[in-house]
Write a protein that binds this ligand. Structure first.
Ligand SMILES: Cc1cc2nc3c(=O)[nH]c(=O)nc-3n(C[C@H](O)[C@H](O)[C@H](O)COP(=O)(O)OP(=O)(O)OC[C@H]3O[C@@H](n4cnc5c(N)ncnc54)[C@H](O)[C@@H]3O)c2cc1C
Length: 463
């Protein structure tokens, strides 16, 4: 009898847990379905590097779905991970890193999207020997990628340096010249110091690149990465100011040969194989050159009447400098939305966000939620289907679905992306062309997290 009672109790407890597990699974499946439905509204697909899931290996453990900083890019459906909101992915690669069976590889946009990219070898060398491209200019965004590529380029140059120097070189010839002091350029410079190469780094601005231009106190998300002259940089979330302060600290400790405020206008390679790099302030010679220019380049203009007025700007760093003003922000990406929300939180501002499409489709989950909250609280107004047609001293004219609307205005910010420095690259002779970038995005993560023996190797797929 006692045995029977014990058996019944055990069965009840087991049933309780099974029921709870199934309820949990149902809830997760429902959430996944909702994410799928949301994702259907967005046809624009992936922006850059993104995960490819090999369902054969996926064990549905949901490690990938829980780690994504962008929210519901991935979901578990039918016991397998699937991509439900690809347009939100900005290529953090954390899903691939945590996948215990290596079922996820990072892949790049398909070859058609690589058409407007400089042609690069797997060692990031351009069509010109010893001229390298590191960081976002090569097509792969994110700080950690820029850092790794800067380091890799210098390692390749260090491996060739004896041969390069053996041609005989004057004292003024550097081993490596780095153009750009963003994450890729800083990493390349530090690696050059580490590898005892004679380097020089030039930037048309200051240290920090695009990061230095983020809005004040912007949260920077990154992954643990090996940082030259420092070791493993483990922080994954920090403010823009903290990241710049970290770089400053590391660079002050070493012999960083840096010239700020020098825009490189031209690069020529002589018959002796030595590069001459030309800036308005002088000329520099080097055996090898790393271009770490980023892709943001100069801001894209709208070509609208009055756009040259001083009140029209393309970057917002200090939102709190603007109070009690009528402000217009133009754009529908994260930068525009973050700027509009930053301005809307200052005292007395009336902020209008103008976007040419009928809804936002590429926002990070966090920004989507914060924006909905700001609109609900009446902190800012969004005008969809609208395009600026003229900026005047104290107003802005918007074309809203075919009707002109003039709104009072003190300042305008336009976030329409940047013009990548393709013209400069073409001028110096770098070849462009279709490039299959699938393996480039996949390599790093896949090597670190290969599937266990016996499972084989997941294939890379072009999208
Ligand atoms: C708003 C925003 C938010 C982002 N948030 C994140 C994030 O949270 N996490 C993340 O990992 N990534 C983020 N990114 C992406 C990240 O900032 C970039 O991928 C990264 O900065 C690229 O580094 P880079 O060194 O290749 O180029 P950049 O950082 O763009 O640096 C290029 C440098 O080259 C210099 N330069 C350009 N042309 C010349 C020239 N002719 N002569 C001399 N100097 C020149 C520029 O002045 C600049 O300093 C974000 C990007 C933006 C725009």
């Amino acid at each position: 009898m006692d045995t029977f009672v014990a058996f019944v109790i055990a069965a009840v407890v087991l049933l309780f847990f099974i029921r709870r597990y199934l309820k949990d699974m149902r809830k997760k499946e429902e959430q996944a379905q909702q994410a799928v439905e949301k994702g259907k509204f967005h046809s624009d697909g992936f922006r850059a590097q993104h995960p490819h899931i090999d369902a054969t290996y996926c064990i549905g453990c949901a490690a990938c779905t829980s780690v994504c900083p962008e929210g519901d890019v991935l979901a578990i459906l039918g016991g397998k991970a699937v991509i439900v909101n690809g347009h939100k992915c900005i290529g953090h690669s954390l899903c691939a890193e945590v996948c215990p069976v290596g079922a996820i590889t990072m892949v790049m946009a398909g070859p058609s999207m690589g058409a407007d990219m400089p042609h690069l070898t797997p060692a990031y060398e351009t069509s010109i020997q010893n001229l390298f491209i590191a960081g976002e200019l090569g097509g792969l965004a994110l700080i950690k990628n820029a850092i790794s590529q800067g380091l890799d380029c210098v390692d390749t140059i260090a491996g060739r340096i004896t041969g390069l120097r053996s041609g005989g070189s004057a004292a003024d010839v550097h081993d490596v010249l780095v153009v750009g002091a963003g994450p890729a350029g800083i990493s390349a410079s530090l690696r050059a110091i580490e590898r005892k190469l004679n380097h020089i780094t030039l930037d048309e601005g200051e240290i920090g690149g695009t990061v230095a231009k983020y809005p004040r106190q912007k949260l920077v998300m990154t992954s643990p990465v090996e940082f030259p002259m420092y070791g493993k940089f483990k922080k994954t979330e920090l403010s823009k100011e903290e990241l710049i302060a970290f770089w400053d600290k590391v660079l002050k400790r070493v012999d960083f040969n840096f010239r700020k405020g020098e825009k490189v206008d031209d690069i020529k390679k002589g018959d002796d194989g030595i590069f001459t790099v030309v800036t308005p302030k002088g000329q520099y010679r080097s055996h090898a050159v790393i271009l770490a220019l980023g892709r943001t380049g100069s801001p894209r203009k709208l070509g609208v009447k009055g756009e040259d007025l001083p009140k029209v700007m393309y970057r917002l760093i200090e939102a709190d400098h603007y109070i009690n003003k009528k402000l217009l922000v133009v754009g529908g990406g994260d930068s525009a939305v973050e700027a509009a929300m930053g301005l809307a939180h200052q005292v007395g501002n009336q902020v209008t966000l103008s976007y040419r499409k009928e809804s936002f489709s590429r926002l990070k989950e966090r920004n989507s939620q914060r924006l909905a909250e700001s609109i609900r609280k009446g902190k800012l107004k969004v005008v969809f289907n609208s395009n600026p047609v003229e900026f005047k001293e104290d107003s802005a004219v918007l074309d809203v679905a075919g009707t002109a609307q003039e709104i009072p205005n003190d300042y305008v910010w336009i976030f329409a992306g940047g013009e990548p420095p393709n013209a400069f690259l073409k001028k110096i002779g770098v070849q462009f062309g279709m490039r299959d970038m699938t393996s480039e995005a996949g390599n790093e993560v896949r090597q670190r997290n290969a599937p266990p023996a016996g499972l084989g190797s997941p294939t890379l797929v072009a999208r």
